[in-house]
Design a binder for this molecule. Sequence first.
Ligand code: FHN
Length: 419
Amino acid sequence: MAAQTTEAVPPERAAAREWFRDAKLGMFIHWGVYSQLGAGEWVMNDKNLTVGTYEWLASEFNPVKFDAKEWVATAKAAGARYITITSRHHDGFSMFATSATKYNIVDWTPFKRDPLKELAAECQRQGIKLFFYYSQLDWHHPDYFPRGRTGRSSARPDSGNWNRYQDFMRQQLTELLTNYGPLGGIWFDGMWDKPSADWQLDKTYGLIHRLQPAALIVPNHHLAPMPGEDVQTFEQDLPGANTAGFNTKEIGALPLETSLTMNTSWGFNITDTKFKSVPEIVGYLVRAAGNGGNLLLNIGPRPDGTIQPEAAERLRELGRWLAVYGPSLYGTRAGPVPPHEWGATTRRGDTIFVHVLNWPDAVLALPALHGRVIRASTFPRGARVEFSQSDAGTTITIPASLAGEPDRVVMLLTTSAGR
Ligand code: FHN
């Protein structure tokens, strides 16, 4: 399928895309059977666990402390506007009630509850959108055949029916899109495991759009956007960057997103203590927004269903920061000055927010802006900021009173922010 970003979309989806652009922060959750081993969500592949061994592990999964209300409250307190959770990761285990396979949390585990159902109800109650992560790659299903690049030590028979696997996925997607109320969308991952396979995207995307016309399709295939898709997501990288080594640098016209680990792992990793600081997280959020994108910030809850205190504390602190600075981000679009090492700009109407993240000097020079700057002030306190504008650019003097802030925000009221 050729890259394409200019197709006409129905009004429900167009509105949902605008909602997404406004949202700015989502909370990503990687949680599943793998959480029990505390070694990340790739543990089945990394430790060459066979299907049989992993099936036993799955039969032990009993996250008795899972509390949907608390998870949703945590996301809300962080300032997140949506949650994206793994409904099925590469291990192939379904974290929801499904009649497509017995290999699911309700039928296979002593837990017997459907956490996604509980989460969906709680998201409705607390007013936050829910997206389901869905892995197209599967290390367990016999019909994921021919095999891809990963999951090759799972000891499955060397046979399988690819079309049947595609139908299986569509059956599960139908369940996810009919049994859990209105969804924000589906976040796909895993196509990169078999780049040249026929993923039947037209059929699958068509089904999703038919079942829920406002649901967005967010594919983490690391390629330029394809027809039917709604968001271009970048993994561990700001939009258009490729420090992680697998993202495309090609940016289309769709809403953008950056998914980011809070430490260095997606699924619970008991030895990973490299948690990002709150100022670092703020920096990612601001730079994502300055690129016109959202930040999808990940947590990997523990196998008992609790959220690690290190993550919960950072989320709370981020929420406290957003409660003050949120208006310079939520509902904005990428500003007129593309992100620099010093920071980024966002824009709402003719107001420009200059986010100074990393600049040692008192004076910052911006390139030429479209309109005339009428007033410059600190945000949100509104103290006057010295500025001067010429054809060459605008310089602002960053007030010393902002020293120590993770993001020093200066608001420029202009005659035209140059849309
Ligand atoms: O392999 C997955 C990984 O486990 C994780 O889910 C991330 C999230 O963006 N995506 C995949 C790698 O592209």
